[in-house]
Design a binder for this molecule. Structure first.
Ligand SMILES: O=c1ccn([C@H]2C[C@H](O)[C@@H](COP(=O)(O)OP(=O)(O)OP(=O)(O)O)O2)c(=O)[nH]1
Length: 185
């Protein structure tokens, strides 16, 4: 009986997997030397975890540039970005000062992570092997900057830095909903 249920469930999953719309991104070979090879924790994860190669303690408000022992050779046309781990940020206030840190394709040195403890009271201890950041490998376009006298117009124009406010758009959407949802008497 239980086997029948398991069989049905496996059959259902295979149907879902076959039909679930997915885009399988191409992988890229990145040459690496490292004590611990960065790994993606789950299928579909964008970032591979970087581990600390050293032990240290960050006092409240303190920052430190932390060794990972990882060096890579990216193909031309790619860059890697060192970004914080959300759990460390939300639970302990640990972030990366220069996030996202940019690793250039031509860089062969050790990737380091400049951690900052933003917590006002608690220190944060890092042990060797702890996952301290993640590395996102991405294709990057190299721009050809074309100097012009004047830029073409756009809907946004030069509005920026909070020009749309925080609540105004939601309020406008709500007002327009109320105006149209009155129904016909
Ligand atoms: O979080 C980071 C950011 C950068 N790097 C390495 C890889 C990168 O290729 C190199 C230089 O980084 P960046 O160009 O951001 O630093 P810079 O201060 O502009 O230095 P440089 O004058 O060497 O370009 O440092 C890291 O290891 N971790």
């Amino acid at each position: 009986m239980a086997r029948g249920v398991r069989g049905k469930r496996a059959w259902l999953y295979s149907i879902i997997l076959l039909h679930y719309p997915r885009h399988v991104a191409e992988t890229v070979d990145v040459l690496i030397t490292a004590p611990v090879i960065p790994a993606y924790a789950h299928p579909g994860d964008a970032g591979a975890d970087l581990h600390s190669a050293e032990a240290l303690t960050l006092a409240p408000g303190e920052r430190a540039t932390v060794a990972t022992g990882v060096s890579i050779a990216l193909p031309d046309g790619f860059a890697a970005f060192v970004v914080p781990r959300s759990g460390m940020a939300s639970k302990h206030g640990i972030t990366i000062v220069n996030s996202p840190g940019t690793v250039d394709a031509g860089y062969r040195g050790e990737i380091k992570v400049t951690l900052l403890n933003t917590d006002a009271d608690a220190e944060y201890a890092v042990a060797v092997g702890d996952r301290i950041a993640q590395l996102i490998v991405m294709p990057v376009t190299r721009a050809r900057f074309v100097a012009v006298d004047r830029l073409p117009g756009s809907v946004r124009g030069d509005g920026g830095f909070g020009s749309t406010g925080t609540a105004a758009l939601a309020r406008a959407a709500h007002d327009s909903d109320s105006n149209t949802s009155g129904g016909i008497a």
